[in-house]
Design a protein around this ligand. Structure first.
Ligand code: GLP
Length: 259
């Protein structure tokens, strides 16, 4: 089962994950990081910045989960721009080592296969950060996504477009489509770390961790992976039936030891 770690707040989660990424880079200088966008992983990137002093990160590689389709790459909300602003620049990663699926409306039919090939060439993802949508999506794998899916174009659901309209000023400016790593692609990362904060994520978290594995909750695919860590605050954990068990299981233990 997934390790479920309930922390006081997003910052505490960020510190835990940053510790693990820094440890990974210290033993594997060319580590491959699976990068997520959205507001959830931001505390991880912030905490990581202060842990990389004196560590050579020139070999660290990164792959983003997804990208909007049809936004100019220079648009402030394109994930290429967000990853540059939130991750590459503050961490000091080599931009040539960080890949985002191509969302430009040119040669789109090859974009998914090309991205999968780059991940394979890098030897796969070591640690994949994941947020979760309020409807249980990961990346942009909307409800109904195949558990075996690969990187491809998906239409965004009305809920996802509504949730993300805060980044675009108004709903009409939110793209209608995205290119996203598939659930099958995500499952191939060696360690999945799913983060969620706030009451708004509590239904999705409970469904993902304790509900049936179902295409209606794409994040429930994590139950099929042998090494998953879910880190949530008290609010996001509030609908977990086994919350007391998770708290007891991890009391006094290093979080990454597993159950
Ligand atoms: C988008 C992203 C997801 C992210 C989700 C939640 O849909 N494609 O990767 O998990 O938003 O975003 P936030 O972390 O801002 O709540």
């Amino acid at each position: 089962m997934a390790e479920v770690i309930i922390v006081s707040d997003a910052q505490a989660a960020g510190e835990l994950v940053a510790d693990e990424i820094a440890r990974l880079i210290s033993v594997k200088p060319d580590a491959v990081l699976g990068l997520a966008t959205g507001s959830t992983p931001v505390p991880v990137y912030r905490a990581l910045t202060s842990r990389l002093d004196g560590i050579d990160i020139s070999g660290v590689r990164g792959f983003a989960l997804d990208e909007y389709v049809g936004l100019d790459a220079s648009h402030p909300e394109s994930y290429r721009t967000v990853i540059a602003r939130e991750v590459i620049e503050p961490l000091g990663l080599n931009p040539d080592n960080v890949h985002v699926p191509r969302g430009e409306l040119v040669d789109m039919e090859h974009a998914g296969v090309d991205f999968e090939a780059k991940i394979a060439e890098a030897g796969g993802v070591d640690i994949q950060l994941l947020g979760i949508g309020t409807d249980g999506h990961i990346g942009f794998n909307e409800q109904g996504s195949s558990m075996a899916s690969r990187t491809r174009i998906k239409a965004l659901s009305p809920q996802t477009r509504y949730d993300n309209s805060r980044f675009f000023g108004s709903l009409e400016h939110v793209p209608t489509h995205a290119i996203t790593q598939g659930l099958g692609t995500i499952l191939e990362a060696r360690h999945l770390v799913l983060l969620a904060f706030g009451f708004g994520k509590s239904v999705a978290v409970a469904a993902a961790v304790e509900g049936p594995v179902s295409a209606m909750t794409p994040a429930s695919v994590i139950q099929l992976h042998p090494h998953v860590t879910v880190i949530v605050d008290d609010e996001a954990a509030s609908r977990l039936q086994l919350a007391d068990y998770y708290r007891a299981a991890y009391a006094g233990k290093l979080p990454w030891q597993g159950l």
